[in-house]
Design a protein around this ligand. Structure first.
Ligand SMILES: C[S@@+](CC[C@H](N)C(=O)[O-])C[C@H]1O[C@@H](n2cnc3c(N)ncnc32)[C@H](O)[C@@H]1O
Ligand code: SF4
Length: 387
């Protein structure tokens, strides 16, 4: 199935380095491997060249026509890990290479993810010059005790300095990430974190419920009984609070975990939620093109070796069947405030839809299905019912 034509097309680049590993995080990233950064930069450049030269036929499903040319891309997202650990000139060089090899829309969104303590104004000037339009900064909390419990090591005010540095460099499309429901966090801590984030005046906020991931330090502590898992009721309450406080500050909820001022919604993440197409390049990156999805080698060493040898960095690929595509569209589309196109998730059981609508969890029209605010609190359960 081709992507919905209005869902957009993007490019995701993965940078798998962090100074240290946060206790909760299971993203594909490596600490203490900075020595490999130069080789990784060379590998990423080689892989960008290879993907661009191979063309859309190489990433689409077998037998797809691909028609030879790449479309114009709406977004580039450099995620991690910590992309801002790369020397600014290297990251800028990578973004320039992307812009040479692919056609980017004149108003393309180019986002770089950043850890607060790895941002400075000179670096941001270099990145802005290379086309960066938006920076997403992981604040997580503004309370020392909570940062400690999360295994974050930056000063509580480091995100504020990072926001200033971005603005001084002329990048003012900014997002802050927060995490709620850390067992060490009190109601007052949460209020302080959200208020501090909103007082910066950023145009975008992401607030995630802390999840326990099996392979992480936090997961290990919960298993051993030396840390407690987040409380569902507390998390539900925090989600409602951030929604109210963000709305009062002029940021509307447009996705389960995301709030933005008008026209400041993330273009790139919107491509994932609306079922668009994107190229995924870098260790462990995932991509999706015209119904085929693939994933790159997760191992830093294997990825670097393959890319520098001119070999494929793809570890696996599949073309999901109709049932899998429908499930994925429901899971992603229902995250959006505007919901999902009903045709894309057909068939849905009308009896279940009516029951969920009567319970105030879902709004259903002939064209769309969307979660209500109450439905968003129970998003997983409602989605499961529909599946
Ligand atoms: C890939 S991380 C990149 C951000 C950047 N490296 C940083 O930490 O500042 C993206 C975001 O995912 C969120 N995140 C990661 N693991 C999480 C977890 N277990 N529970 C909730 N949120 C999580 C954090 O808010 C984080 O900022
Ligand atoms: S949250 Fe960010 S800094 Fe922490 S380990 Fe994950 S990617 Fe790295």
């Amino acid at each position: 199935m081709a992507a919905p034509s209005d869902a957009g097309v993007g490019i995701y680049l993965h940078v798998p380095f962090c100074l240290r590993r946060c206790h909760y995080c299971d993203f594909n990233t490596y600490a203490d491997r900075e020595a490999l950064i130069p080789a990784y930069v060379a590998a990423l450049r080689a892989d960008i060249d290879a993907v661009a030269a191979a063309g859309p036929r190489a990433v689409g499903p077998p037998g797809s026509d691909g028609r030879g040319d790449w479309p114009t891309f709406d977004s580039v997202f450099v995620g991690g890990g910590t992309p801002t650990l790369l020397p600014a000139a290297d990251l800028a060089g990578i973004l320039r290479l992307v812009a040479q090899r692919f056609q980017l829309a004149g108003d393309a969104e180019v986002t770089v993810e950043a850890n607060p303590e790895t941002v400075d104004v000179e670096q941001m000037r270099v990145l802005a010059d290379a086309g960066v339009t938006r920076v997403s900064i992981g604040a997580q909390s503004f309370v020392p005790r909570v940062l400690d419990a999360l295994g974050r090591w930056h000063a509580p005010d480091a995100p504020l300095r990072a926001v200033e540095a971005c603005r001084d460099a002329g990048v003012d499309q900014l997002s802050l990430d927060l995490i709620y429901g850390t067992p060490a966090e009190s109601d007052a801590d949460w209020r302080h974190s959200v208020r501090t984030a909103l007082q910066t005046g950023v145009d975008h906020l992401s607030a995630y419920a802390l999840t326990v991931e099996a392979g992480t330090e936090y997961g290990r502590r919960v298993r051993l009984g030396t840390a407690t898992a987040p409380d569902d009721d507390v998390q539900a309450q925090r989600m409602e609070q951030v929604d109210a406080w963000a709305a009062a500050a002029g940021l509307a909820r447009y996705e389960l975990s995301n709030w933005a001022r008008p026209r400041a919604e993330s273009v790139h993440n919107g491509i994932y939620w609306r079922g668009g197409d994107w190229l995924g390049i870098g260790a462990g990156a995932h991509g999706h093109w015209r119904g085929r999805r693939w994933w790159c080698m997760r191992s830093l060493e294997l990825y670097v070796r393959a890319a520098l040898a001119g070999e494929s960095t793809v570890a696996g690929a599949e073309v999901p069947d109709a049932a899998q595509r429908r499930a994925e569209r429901l899971l992603m589309g229902l995250r959006l405030r505007h919901g999902v196109d009903r045709q894309q998730v057909a068939p849905v059981d009308d009896v279940v839809v009516r029951r969920l609508a009567d319970a105030g969890l879902l709004t259903a029209t002939d064209d769309r299905l969307a979660l209500t605010s109450s439905g968003m609190r129970l998003a997983s359960a409602v989605t499961l019912e529909l599946l």
